[in-house]
Design a protein around this ligand. Structure first.
Ligand SMILES: C[S@@+](CC[C@H](N)C(=O)[O-])C[C@H]1O[C@@H](n2cnc3c(N)ncnc32)[C@H](O)[C@@H]1O
Length: 248
């Protein structure tokens, strides 16, 4: 285990050689142990079709739920840095020690400046903003017309408030018509709460030991086999009210 100033996290190396962390606060790893970098590319950069869509636009807005170790930021930056497009990448994070760690250890973050409760920085046409604090509050100050959402909170059992119908409604209201929201989770409860918030849902790729994942859209039709499965499933639709009882 690498020595750092992190108090709330242990760093780990995943099977593709990339770094991830275990959160002592939430009792969970940041990424699938198969690979932090490969999971991020598969679910978020490719899952949200970032390069194909950003290269067609002057401005492209990405919201990440959970900065974590900055893997989402880094893999996105590497994918888009040569495109002729302004990328506005906003990420929500509750634990400031992660930002301070990244400022010390990763050149992409070293010039970030603190402005009130935010950290901001620009590298070329990549505009990064970290909104510090509880995502449920900070999302109210977030940019509008979002084109892609990386829904990368901890699992619903550990981080239930970031998977409720009310949360997905807030995200829906901030999104552009072409928004793709992607997540590693395929839980029936979170799919039900996305549907209740107005999102259309489709099956995402299998990654590591997980059999499926979820992609959500503002328009179009949900996969009919998912809808049929959810109609038969006893899983609850997560709401702010029942999320309190959902935690492990
Ligand atoms: C699975 S990790 C994200 C991994 C990250 N996307 C990466 O690429 O490294 C989830 C992150 O969400 C943050 N988080 C958990 N609850 C939060 C909340 N209520 N508001 C903001 N951030 C939160 C955690 O501190 C953690 O860094």
């Amino acid at each position: 285990m690498q020595k750092t100033n992190l108090k709330n996290h242990d760093l780990i190396i995943t099977e593709d050689g990339s770094q991830s962390a275990f959160s002592k606060t939430y009792g969970e790893n940041f990424h699938n142990t198969t690979g932090a970098a490969s999971e991020t590319l598969a679910h978020y950069v490719e899952g949200c079709k970032i390069v194909e869509r950003a290269q067609e636009q002057e401005d492209f807005r990405i919201l990440e739920v959970g900065l974590g170790l900055g893997v989402g930021v880094e893999k996105t930056y590497e994918a888009v840095k040569d495109l002729n497009c302004n990328i506005h990448f906003t990420t929500l994070e509750i634990d400031e020690e992660l930002v301070l760690h990244l400022k010390e250890t990763n050149t992409l973050f070293s010039d970030l400046e603190k402005q009130g409760d935010d950290y901001v920085g620009v590298v070329g046409s990549f505009h990064l903003r970290i909104l510090l604090g509880d995502a449920r509050e900070r999302v109210k100050e977030c940019m509008k017309n979002i084109n892609a959402i990386y829904q990368d909170a901890f699992s619903p059992k550990r981080n239930a408030t970031l998977w409720t119908t009310e949360w997905f409604k807030d995200l829906y209201e901030l999104s552009a018509d072409d928004c793709i929201m992607s997540t590693y989770s395929s839980s029936s409860s979170i799919r039900k709460s996305m549907l209740a918030a107005g999102w259309k849902i489709k099956k995402g790729i299998k990654f590591g030991k997980k059999r499926s994942s979820t992609r959500a859209y503002m328009t179009g039709e949900s996969d009919s086999d998912i809808i049929e499965h959810l109609e038969r499933s006893p899983a609850i639709t997560l709401t702010d009210e029942n999320a309190k009882d959902y935690h492990l």
